[in-house]
Ligand binder design. Structure first.
Ligand code: PMP
Length: 360
């Protein structure tokens, strides 16, 4: 019996998809071997990666003038790879809205001029900056944002307007595929796989073609978007198993009715959790401004932190796991990605209500 896994990532994957993976592990479509054992240059794997890309394009409505890259090194590697590929001797703007965009900003600094265009750190990352607080450079090579801060539970529903001609670069690691996004608003989107896409080890980059070919001369081939695009993400051996699993996830999301349907389910789950926090009379608290509360990562603290350990112990007994908050924020965090069921959220809400009634 599977637990309810509220981990921030690697995170829960749909049981039906894992069952299919299990069934195909030793023998994929009668080939007498599994995907992990196949050449990435063969016809079978070429079909797998092409289908994964086509399904992702359909799900997200990715325009034809964007490349989809299946890369390695996680989102953290992208923090460096983005300036290597896009800075081109210019300056880039970063908006810092939580721990992850702060890391991206720091990692970019060795590669050239990087400006802090806005930050909510003084407010402990509990809100998003207002447009009038941003100091945007109209000449910037790009404007970097993180559209969902996994640790602080801050999600952008209104994406900042970049100055004309400045490409918007977004880390969507922890909410990609959770709802429809207008890809055409971005120059580049990237996301590590281990939340809504599949297994760790794969990172997806969606990049507008006119941004290719600007990489600094020392950029290694495997880190050069133009080179990787030219080779269909296969300059070297790609993370084949991760791409295969991601492809199955894309099919599963399509079968659910696509991202508009997925969004409705995510709204329902997040609302239940935030409503339970609001109805607790201060027993539980989420510090984030209403308009910026993440539908994927819901941090909350107990008014009395001495009760944290009891809460986690009771959760474990009910097979609710991964709820301990990030050490920088404390308390709890429920990550409720696409694959978390409403049943799992209901079980958590029931525990929260029962616990508060007994201990409050
Ligand atoms: N960005 C965000 C928003 C994340 O949540 C994470 C991982 N939790 C990362 C970047 C870093 O990803 P990785 O560990 O795959 O490098």
């Amino acid at each position: 019996m599977r637990i309810f896994n509220f981990s921030a990532g690697p995170a829960v994957l749909p049981t039906t998809v894992l069952e299919q993976v299990r069934d195909e592990l030793l023998d994929w479509r009668g080939r007498g071997m599994g995907i992990m054992e196949m050449s990435h240059r063969g016809k079978d794997f070429s079909g797998v990666i092409a289908e994964a890309e086509a399904d992702l394009r359909e799900l997200m409505g990715i325009p034809a003038n964007y490349k989809v890259l299946f890369l390695q090194g996680g989102a953290t590697q992208q923090f460096a790879q983005i300036p290597m590929n896009l800075l081109a001797g210019r300056s880039a703007d970063y908006i810092v809205t939580g721990a992850w965009s702060k890391k991206a900003y720091k990692e970019a600094q060795p590669f050239g001029a990087v400006r802090l265009a806005g930050s909510t750190e003084a407010d402990a990352f509990t809100r998003l900056p207002r447009a009038d607080e941003l100091k945007l450079d109209p000449q910037a090579a790009y404007l970097h944002i993180c559209t969902n801060e996994t640790i602080h539970g801050v999600e952008m529903f209104d994406v900042p307007e970049a100055p004309a001609g400045v490409p918007l670069v977004a880390d969507m690691s922890s909410h990609i595929l959770s709802r429809p996004m207008d890809v055409s608003r971005y120059g580049l989107i990237y996301a590590g796989a281990q939340k809504n896409i599949g297994p760790a080890g794969l990172v997806i980059v969606i990049v507008r073609e006119d941004l290719l070919g600007k990489a600094s001369a020392i950029t290694p081939g495997v880190m050069n978007y133009a080179v990787m695009a030219e080779h269909g993400s296969m300059l070297n051996t790609p993370p084949t198993f991760g791409i295969y699993l991601a492809g199955l996830i894309f099919k599963d999301l399509k079968a659910q009715g696509g991202l508009a349907a997925v969004e409705q389910s995510n709204i329902a789950k997040a609302s239940k959790l935030y409503d339970a926090i609001a109805a607790s009379g201060g027993f539980y608290r989420n510090p984030v401004e209403l308009s910026a509360r993440s539908r994927m990562n819901v941090p909350f603290t107990l008014a009395n932190p001495a009760l944290d350990a009891d809460f986690l112990a009771e959760a474990a007994e009910l097979r609710l796991s991964g709820l301990k908050g990030h050490k920088s924020v404390g308390g709890m965090r429920a990550s409720i990605y696409n694959a978390m069921s409403l049943e799992g959220v209901d079980a958590l809400v029931a525990l929260m209500q029962d616990f508060a009634a007994r201990k409050g």
